[in-house]
Write a protein that binds this ligand. Sequence first.
Ligand SMILES: Cc1cc2nc3c(=O)[nH]c(=O)nc-3n(C[C@H](O)[C@H](O)[C@H](O)COP(=O)(O)O)c2cc1C
Length: 211
Amino acid sequence: MTTGIKKTNSVIECILSRSAAKYYDPVATLSDEEIFELVRIGTAAPTSFHLQNWRFIAVRTREAKARLSPIAWNQPAIADAAVTFVVIGQLVDTSVIPERLAPLVEAGVMPASMVAEWENPARDLYMAYPQRRRDEAVRTATFGASAMIYAARSFGLGSTPMIGFDADAVHREFGLAADEIPVMLLSVGTERPGNWAQKPRRPVSDVLNFI
Ligand SMILES: Cc1cc2nc3c(=O)[nH]c(=O)nc-3n(C[C@H](O)[C@H](O)[C@H](O)COP(=O)(O)O)c2cc1C
């Protein structure tokens, strides 16, 4: 019996029709409420132990864009897109788990007795391993950015994930904390004509192994 996964729907349509934008309408803006909504949707993405170890800086004024552009290869998306998010991952600190899980206990989603059952293995998994703490920061930010990319597409907006920036300079310029990593920039806005057509992908048979 199959699951019916071959049916199409608006989510699949969003995923399959997206491509990275380079050219944006420099006049089109997004309101603070619309930017807030994009991040709200982004934070519905999953995180390990529900850590939610992310933060988003919405660079949307002319002045803020002028601070970001020179430390991000002067990529045109920064000046032209309505907003560019600095998508930040925070090094895992498992001592925040009781505080992060408290709303779940309050809402009756999770019994209070389970909080320690999450915090203890999480501490063992991460805290003695700097690379794992950092890897999780990158995963968390990437899941969040990914949800925002498809949400943007569903609203008819273009998006560009960007790694072309000086991470140390962004860290300094935007006052990131010592445990924060600027994982990627994500521009979002109304596209203007001239963006490339979708790029063909490697064949699934080259990237999928059945075992
Ligand atoms: C992690 C990551 C970093 C990227 N960095 C940049 C960038 O700095 N500048 C840019 O124009 N595009 C950047 N891109 C966009 C990629 O070039 C683009 O996603 C890729 O060519 C596939 O094209 P598509 O997104 O249109 O399918 C980046 C994409 C990812 C996922």
